[in-house]
Design a protein. Structure first.
Length: 221
């Protein structure tokens, strides 16, 4: 895929391995990074802030999303403000609900008004997306991360939801729609087909997406 860097859909690398992230940052077809506390825990990272600062010392331009880790909204707000202060290229990931399934919308509205760059994550439903639209503005940069992989796990095609979301935010230049929870290479072609803005992909799948064999197969079919 020779022109992968020029595709309309932007590829973000998803992971928590410092060396891997730095390697991905060097690639011109990678337009940003995402990570989260679960990936960091899996990678054996114990000091979240130190890890983030180590990453940001090297990756200063491409956008990076770091997630809050509290389940309490007042604590989430404090963490969000702290995370946002780490760098100009930082987006704060806020899950659309906490683990008790309480809505994060009031917090999202508050942070948007403070011009905190947001990555609203773990989005599953049209109602959640409608609520987001009602409570953000047209100036604060926002990424809406739809968990397409998990939606597909439920036996539901996520493409219509992503397509509807794209239409809903067509006049919001500050909002980008992200296809998250990628399970397989085919998800890249799904996201690309419906003109999704961004897709997060783990490094092992990025290598497969770039495979000439896969590209040739897709073009023939």
């Amino acid at each position: 895929m020779k022109n992968i860097k020029n595709l309309k859909i932007k590829i973000f690398s998803d992971g928590a391995d410092l060396n891997e992230m730095l390697d991905m940052n060097k690639k011109d077809f990678i337009h940003g990074m995402t990570t989260n506390p679960s990936l960091m825990k899996k990678a054996g990272i114990k000091d979240y802030k130190k890890f983030a600062k180590d990453v940001l010392n090297e990756i200063k331009i491409k956008p990076i999303s770091f997630e809050v880790f509290s389940d309490d909204f007042s604590e989430m707000e404090k963490q969000a403000l702290d995370i946002a202060s780490w760098g100009e290229n930082v987006y704060v990931k806020i899950p659309i609900t906490n683990t008790k399934r309480e809505s994060s919308i009031p917090l999202i509205e508050k942070l948007a008004k403070k011009n905190i760059k947001l990555n609203i994550t773990a989005v599953f439903t049209l109602k959640q997306i409608i609520d987001i639209k009602k409570n953000i503005n047209k100036t604060t940069p926002v990424i809406i991360s739809i968990f397409c992989g998990r939606i597909a796990d439920l036996g539901i095609n996520p493409e219509p939801l992503v397509a509807k979301t794209k239409v809903m935010f067509k006049n919001y230049k500050n909002v980008k729609i992200l296809w998250a929870s990628v399970r397989e290479v085919y998800n890249f072609y799904q996201a690309k087909k419906i003109n999704c803005d961004i897709i997060t992909v783990p490094p092992n799948l990025i290598k497969k997406i770039r495979s000439k064999k896969i590209t040739k197969f897709y073009k023939k079919n």
